[in-house]
Ligand binder design. Structure first.
Ligand code: ATP
Length: 408
């Protein structure tokens, strides 16, 4: 069974609100074993709405709409569904009476357009909305299904996760689409793809790479009877990928690199401190983000200026001669922070994240990362491209990856 999601609302197209409901719906469909093949966003325009619903119904067995069920003139979804299904809208008197009671009890003036919420396509049934006035809809006609859900989060969430999910499970008659994400660091997307290429031809489970800033994710997906069977199908694929990529796989699903590093430090009973110039505290923020990180992350200094660097213990003359963006200063900072905080490892990052073209002749993206360890200090030079935000994130990612390598 294939499904499409149609999010309705001009505010989505204008970028005024972010479509957070469609991903929730997509996950729900996957959990019910239904393949979501397309997501569309459409404005509050009659012709385009009906057109896109008809197209979706031509392509897919099931269409889920989000939003546009309210009482105002720009709420077109209910009427649009009836038109796309070539069905009649009928008014449900019991529902209209319920709405009138609701408005009466709250002394809200009755507006004739409010009664539109008591309409449904003849082939449909209403889905109760305990947190609002617009009910949802489930319509079945000519072997196709349309489900309509309201836009407000407090209404959408409970309806989607409750009665709609129950209906979808029944419709599909069992089965899930179960995914696991393997997180990889220290390899580019194409190198990962080259190594796991033979596994990417499988149909069930499937393996697909996607690049993130400074890391690559491999999504493993199985169609299975239930979650447990899905897990069992993914286990051997994960094992094979781990044997192909070795230590580059640092985590699964939600685990982020910083928490993998903290776990390693804790398991070795070791600690880390930072000295951050270009990243201004980003590395410290990442290291302190996971619960329990104080067992391994001792603290650090944001050494943005020359004065701050010297206060941590770096020789001012060295900064003058080598420049603040230099291997020498990175090394001195890493050693100084290691000593100051009495940590096993001291990490320093200094560089030029832009947008000013250069600092003392050092181009945008030039970054030095240093790790002081009990047996010596290493420094690496990097030339990142991209915007300031990306450069700063990549530098923290590289620093964490290097520390992880040290720990392994
Ligand atoms: P209402 O009765 O409030 O008119 P509705 O079903 O007509 O409900 P919309 O008018 O389309 O819903 O949207 C109401 C609000 O719900 C939007 O302003 C927005 O805050 C939120 N919303 C709508 N669609 C989405 C979406 N796809 N993702 C996140 N929020 C949404």
């Amino acid at each position: 069974m294939t499904a499409e999601i149609v999010s309705v609302g001009t505010e989505l197209l204008l970028g005024q609100i972010v479509d957070t409901h469609a991903p929730v719906m997509a996950r729900l469909l996957a959990e019910c074993g239904i393949s979501c093949t397309r997501r569309t966003t459409i404005g509050d325009n009659w012709d385009r709405l009906v057109g896109s619903l008809k197209e979706a119904l031509d392509r897919s067995d099931l269409v889920v709409t989000i939003g546009g069920l309210g009482p105002t003139v720009d709420d077109l979804t209910r009427d649009g569904i009836a038109a796309a299904l070539d069905d009649k809208l009928i008014r449900v008197p019991e529902y209209e009476a319920k709405l009138r009671d609701f408005f009466g009890a709250r002394n809200i003036e009755w507006n004739p357009s409010t009664a539109r919420q008591a309409d449904r396509p003849e082939c449909g049934r209403m889905v109760d909305n305990p947190n609002g006035t617009a009910p949802g809809l489930i319509c079945e006609k000519n072997g196709k299904v349309v489900i309509a859900l309201p836009g407000p989060k407090g209404e959408f969430d409970p309806m989607a996760r409750g009665p709609v999910r129950e209906y979808l499970e029944h419709l599909q008659g069992g089965g899930v689409i179960h995914s696991r994400v393997l997180r990889i660091v220290g390899m580019g997307e194409s190198s990962v793809e080259t190594r796991v290429r033979p596994l990417m031809d499988g149909e069930n489970p499937t393996v697909a790479p996607y690049a993130q800033t400074g890391e690559v994710h491999l999504r493993l997906t199985a169609k299975a009877k239930d979650r447990e069977e899905g897990e069992r199908m993914l286990d051997p694929v994960e094992a094979e990928i781990r044997s192909l990529l070795g230590n580059h796989v640092y985590g699964i699903n939600e685990q982020v690199l910083e928490s993998a590093v903290i776990d390693l430090l804790v398991s070795h009973s070791q600690t880390v401190a930072v000295a951050e110039s270009m990243t201004g505290g980003l590395l410290g923020a990442r290291l302190s983000a996971s619960p329990g990180s104080s067992r391994a992350f001792l603290g650090g200094a944001i050494v943005y200026t020359v004065k701050a660097k010297t206060e941590l213990g770096v020789d001012e003359n060295l900064i003058k001669t080598a420049g603040p963006v230099s291997a020498e200063v990175a090394k001195a900072l890493a050693e100084a922070t290691r000593t100051r905080y009495e940590a096993t490892y001291g990490i320093a990052i200094t560089g030029n994240a832009g947008p000013a073209p250069d600092i003392d002749g050092k181009p945008i993206g030039l970054t030095y990362i240093s790790i002081a360890t009990p047996t010596g200090t290493q420094v690496s030079e990097h030339r990142y491209r991209g915007i300031r935000e990306d450069i700063r994130h990549r530098a923290t990612q590289e620093a964490l990856a290097q520390l992880r390598t040290q720990l392994l």
